[in-house]
Design a protein around this ligand. Structure first.
Ligand SMILES: [Zn+2]
Length: 235
């Protein structure tokens, strides 16, 4: 979709739009270098949109952006598209097959340890889809994957790190974890995580979840009101 089409779609749904394209050296995104990011932001400047971007924690590109470039974003999102295993290697969160030496509880330990590392070192405003796990694990009930101790660690990391918790429409988090985050004072962020036309700007389910657990609309993360770690709204 063009930016103009996304804006029109947001207007039709009553949603103020943030564009948060993937920014990574890895395919399939083409926003994969400082020059490409400058071009991306120049493009967004022509529209009435918030200028976001979704950065992979495991890809060092985010570490190499000059401050002046960071300030051109309104806010930024960080993601665990791969988690770091105990041996130091990275395991992709979209892997279709889980190796025998990576049972669910070992994977989840790596997931939460990676989440803690991201929260501690990545100056982003939102943690995207905190519960994204590889497809083979998605059939397991989240209360089996996530012990309450793991949830406590994840929430504590976000409290200290200052990132908001995204309620993703694409990878919906389970309610117990969202409630735990909100109760601890972590801001919630609503994300369509739209990868297809019909998904773009659709935040109905994330909004319903936030309201169901009693978070007021005013308390949801809004970079224009709550600022940004490094972006245009820093002040
Ligand atoms: Zn993502």
């Amino acid at each position: 979709m063009s930016v103009a089409e996304v804006v029109a779609r947001g207007a039709a749904l009553g949603v103020r739009v943030t564009i948060s394209d993937h920014i990574s050296r890895e395919a399939p995104t083409t926003v994969d270098s400082v020059a490409a990011i400058e071009h991306y932001l120049d493009d967004l400047n022509q529209y009435d949109v918030l200028r976001g971007g979704e950065f992979c924690w495991h890809d060092a590109l985010w570490r190499e952006l000059p401050p002046a470039l960071l300030r051109r974003f309104t806010h930024r999102v960080g993601s665990l598209h791969a988690v770091r295993l105990l041996n130091g290697s990275y395991f992709r969160a979209f892997s279709q097959v889980m190796p025998a030496d990576l049972p669910p509880h070992v994977y989840m330990e790596a997931h939460v340890a990676s989440l803690e590392a991201l929260a501690g070192e990545m100056p982003v405003d939102v943690l995207a889809h905190p519960t994204l796990v590889p497809p083979p694990l998605r059939t397991i009930h989240p209360h089996e994957l996530w012990t309450e101790a793991l949830e406590e660690r994840a929430v504590h990391a976000l409290v200290v790190g200052g990132q908001a918790f995204e309620i993703s429409n694409r990878y919906p988090p389970h309610e117990r974890l969202v409630r735990r985050a909100a109760d601890a004072g972590v801001r919630l962020s609503l994300g369509s995580d739209g990868h297809a036309r019909e998904q773009v700007a659709n935040i109905a389910a994330p909004l319903a979840l936030a309201r169901r657990i009693g978070v007021s609309d005013d308390a949801l993360y809004d970079p224009a009101r709550h600022g940004s770690r490094t972006g245009a709204y820093t002040e």
